[in-house]
Design a protein around this ligand. Sequence first.
Ligand SMILES: Cc1cc2nc3c(=O)[nH]c(=O)nc-3n(C[C@H](O)[C@H](O)[C@H](O)COP(=O)(O)O)c2cc1C
Length: 435
Amino acid sequence: MPKHEPVLLKNMLQPGYTGSLADYERAGGYQALKKVVGKVAPADVTAMVIKSGLRGRGGAGFPTGVKWNFLPKDYKGTKYLCCNADESEPGTFKDRQLMERDPHQVLEGIAIACYAIGAETAYIYIRGEFVLGSKILDQAVTEARAAGYLGKNVLGTGVNVDIWVHRGAGAYICGEETALLESLEGKRGLPRVKPPFPATSGLYGKPTVINNVETLANLPHIVNRGPEWFASIGSPPKSAGTRIFCVSGHVKRPGNYEVPMGITCRELIFEQAGGMRGDKPLKAFIPGGASAPFLTPDHLDVKLDFESVAQAGSMLGSGGVTVMEEGTDMVWAALRLMEFFHHESCGKCSPCREGSSWLVQTLRRILAKRGRMEDLETLVQLCNNIAGRTVCAFGDAEVAPILSTLKYWRPEYEALIREAEAHRAHELPMAAARH
Ligand SMILES: Cc1cc2nc3c(=O)[nH]c(=O)nc-3n(C[C@H](O)[C@H](O)[C@H](O)COP(=O)(O)O)c2cc1C
């Protein structure tokens, strides 16, 4: 029996649960949709979501119902909902499990959101590599349409809601909401300058809401059990609900753990995930995906909620918790992450396009023991000239591993550079002797 009651992972933890429509209905599935469609006014569904305190699980943690309210009120034309299933943040693998193991929970959430915002069409933008997930979702959509939960005249109420699954082509940037929209429109996935925000000009220029898979999967439970119930879980009022943390790295039991927000990092790593592999001491961890600054063993008692993690100098982000044991080379870890960001930089903004290349080259030089002390200042300057100077938050994300490793493990950088200096001191007289 898990210590904390699972909500989103509950069905799939039952023995023999396949995620089929029949299984989902047996577990109470689609009751929430039946409760609201045609019975509760869309504005009241939005009010319920605001009251629950649900915040986005995709990264930024924006209040979900408040975002829905940004759609123009008197607009009678087409609106869209996009479910962000791109999940490309290194160390993050929760949406994949939700879609593969309990697809109807996601579809029901999408249908409720569509009803609340008045959208008849939703797209699930799924990461290109999730071939299995997209097949499972396609099949689930077919089942749900046949059962009258989706399509024209949902449950005989006159409401239309349809869902289309769209596979991306494998670019991390397409998880950024406006790049996602560009890609969905058939263009190259480059972020858009905001404003205008998607709420007023999104997909094909129409009012659009973009929400993460996990965010949407919470909706049936909020409807069924009430906003007060949801608001009472976790660290209310600002961090209500459970959160699926994806624990990876040097732990005994890597995997997805759904826990109320507000448990400590220590409990997640040492109780839920079984502690350190090989019982080596913990050296570092990332609390919210590769874009979140590293934390140290001193932060083990920080609560895993939006505010506490931010106060500790990092962010809850996508919920990807990557754990590193004593002995991990932190300069190498920063380089490895930086290589990912450099590879995935879409190239739209010069600071990110050019800066990511310089950051990788400088880190490689330091790691190859050819660095100089000035390189550390160069790294900081490069980071400061990228963060906050790009169209999207990618720029802020890519500097996080470098700035945080420099903050906590600067002596490791310096030791490599001192070795380089010692080599040079040794080499120069010999080179001079040759001439
Ligand atoms: C570079 C970048 C990548 C992102 N990748 C994802 C992603 O894979 N999945 C996701 O849900 N949000 C991702 N986001 C956040 C989205 O832009 C957006 O905030 C989110 O989908 C909104 O949904 P939510 O309010 O339900 O969290 C990314 C943001 C950035 C800047």
